[in-house]
Design a protein around this ligand. Structure first.
Ligand code: SAM
Length: 327
């Protein structure tokens, strides 16, 4: 459990593209020893990848131990297990583990978990000099990778969230921090009379997904939000933030909400069907946290938001519905 070697070996393998490079549908080179005594496939591979051949051989050796690649005549092949790490495997792993993607890069901050535990602050800025969202704004390839990750994570779960809420009672849903807008897109597809308005720092993918069914505004949820919605949606947003920032997001929602509007918060609830790993990921990447229902209700209360109803989506997040109440 405590070893760092295997996770890093897998991540470096993905970053170097080894599972793709060694997949069975690529032709194998023939085996013969080089002057350095290495099979020529490793020497060629090392030259191709710009890495040290001896070190590559050590990495491949550990990947063999893990069953991710196997030795074959003339070199190495990706196994069926290792094929899960290929870019087109459809597992989402490549986008999570590659050092050049948003998640893979952010996870490297786990080396400074001790800092986060000592201070309660994210380790990410300690490593990269600024916060995660600023990096995404400045490096479009990280933003693309993050949006792909968001879409991938709910691709099979969207119908559960569409079914979990009676969306048809709302004329207009404001999706706050809606990202690529996958849930809003599915809700609007299921309810042709409902319209949407998505707000996020980055809105390119949302514009493509939502078409003319929703307005899309590029902006911050720490600033004023669009008024006049019947529902305001925060899906996996609050857990990215510490209590102070999460409170400010809730305040902006409450200010924009008409008296009759509802706030729909969809979050993993700490201790309910959510991996404890996610608690630490939120801490290290963002200084955020998964919260209990009571903690979310307490956070919302000073902003004039009263918790009305909690619906547990089986084996998944919970839906918390808030209404406005006089402060
Ligand atoms: C974990 S993602 C969730 C996205 C979306 N709600 C979903 O569930 O797919 C959090 C989103 O918050 C957005 N975000 C972060 N800081 C923001 C800010 N200051 N204003 C608006 N959106 C922000 C990010 O760009 C990202 O799309």
């Amino acid at each position: 459990m405590a070893g760092l070697v295997t996770p890093m070996a897998l991540r470096v393998a993905v970053t170097l593209g080894l599972p793709d490079r060694l997949r069975a549908d690529r032709p194998a080179a023939t085996a013969h020893a080089t002057s350095a005594g290495l099979p020529d496939t490793v020497a060629h591979l090392a030259t191709e990848l710009g890495v040290d051949p001896g070190a590559l051989e050590l990495l491949l050796g550990h990947l063999v131990t893990l069953g991710v690649v196997e030795r074959v005549e003339g070199g190495y092949r990706t196994t069926g297990l290792g094929a899960n790490l290929c870019a087109d495997a459809g597992t989402g792993l490549h986008n999570l583990l590659h050092h050049g993607t948003a998640a893979g890069r952010a996870d490297l901050a786990f080396v400074d978990l001790l800092h986060s535990v000592r201070t309660g602050e994210p380790a990410y800025p300690l490593r990269y000099g600024q916060d995660f969202w600023t990096d995404l704004a400045e490096q479009p390839h990280l933003r693309d990778a993050f949006d792909r990750q968001m879409t991938w994570r709910i691709r099979q779960r969207v119908p559960k969230f569409v079914d979990a809420v009676d969306w048809a009672r709302f004329k207009k849903i404001v999706d706050v921090g809606g990202g690529p807008g996958d849930l809003l897109t599915a809700v609007l597809a299921a309810h042709p009379d409902v319209r949407g308005h998505l707000v996020d720092l980055e809105v390119g993918p949302a514009r493509r997904n939502l078409g003319d069914r929703a307005e899309v505004t590029q902006g911050s949820f720490f600033d004023s939000l669009p008024t006049g919605g019947d529902a305001y949606l925060l899906f996996d947003v609050l857990h990215d933030w510490d209590d102070d920032s999460a409170g400010r997001i809730l305040a902006r929602c409450a200010e924009a909400m008409p008296e009759s509007a509802r706030l729909i918060v969809i979050e993993g609830i700490r201790g309910v069907g959510v991996a404890t790993e996610m608690d630490l990921i939120m801490l290290v990447h963002f200084g955020g946290r998964e919260r209990s229902v009571e903690e979310l209700a307490k956070l919302a209360e000073p902003h004039g938001l009263a918790l009305d109803e909690v619906t547990e989506v089986p084996g998944d997040h919970s839906v918390l519905e808030f209404r406005k109440h006089p402060i």
